[in-house]
Design a protein around this ligand. Sequence first.
Ligand code: SAM
Length: 244
Amino acid sequence: MSLKRRAENVSGPLAPSIFDVSGGLRWHLRALMSRSVHWVPFRLALAEFLLRWRPPQNKLLLIGPSAGWCMPDAALTRFGDVHAVDIDVCAELLFRRVHAKPLREGCNLTWACADFFHDPQSVLAAYPDHAILFCNVAGQRRFHHAHWADAEAEIAALQGLLARRHWASFHDLLSGSCSENLPPLSLPARGQGADVLRQYGLAGEWFDHLTAALLPENAPRMILPWRFQRDRLHLVEAGWSVPV
Ligand SMILES: C[S@@+](CC[C@H](N)C(=O)[O-])C[C@H]1O[C@@H](n2cnc3c(N)ncnc32)[C@H](O)[C@@H]1O
């Protein structure tokens, strides 16, 4: 097995768009067609993870939630206020439709169509009382940087910015060819991508999403396999952190 760090389809700096590589119309169409079919095991595993994350706050900041195609309504209902930041111009409208029930039942949603990574410090500072959830966004960062090492450093630096906060993230760790449904895997702390592949018995070339240093080294985590396409598997890492 081998790990590939360089990406071919780098789109360059972000601007609000309906055709971005990590969101946009193509993504929404794929989500509509797949979420009730081969995405179901991933959505169930993600729901379980999100229900176990119990930050003490009543307010939630979502980074890159898109329409919340993979998120359960129940992940929102216990928060009175939710603020979302996503660069995709279609995301808010679709999110309001997909999660109409909790929004009708008292969860107050505000939204910013913006690039979180342009000035993450300011976004985080503007919502000091919110728990923070990164919604499968960190692993997309490498597609918006000309140099992969810059993306990797930017993701690793988030941990420092978040040190005093309750936060969680689920993000692509590795992706590659595979058409099996694999079970979630619990890991006690950070490990090597190659070890995760070995534990699943996976061979071949795997694409590294450069997110390995996002969660604190000693934070327990889950690997949630996501059959993104019938023959393409994303190994999504999910974990949370408390203030230090
Ligand atoms: C893979 S999708 C998230 C899917 C989501 N978890 C769901 O359940 O539908 C990634 C999202 O991150 C957003 N995104 C990517 N880079 C971003 C950035 N720099 N700032 C804000 N949003 C960003 C994209 O627009 C897209 O909606």
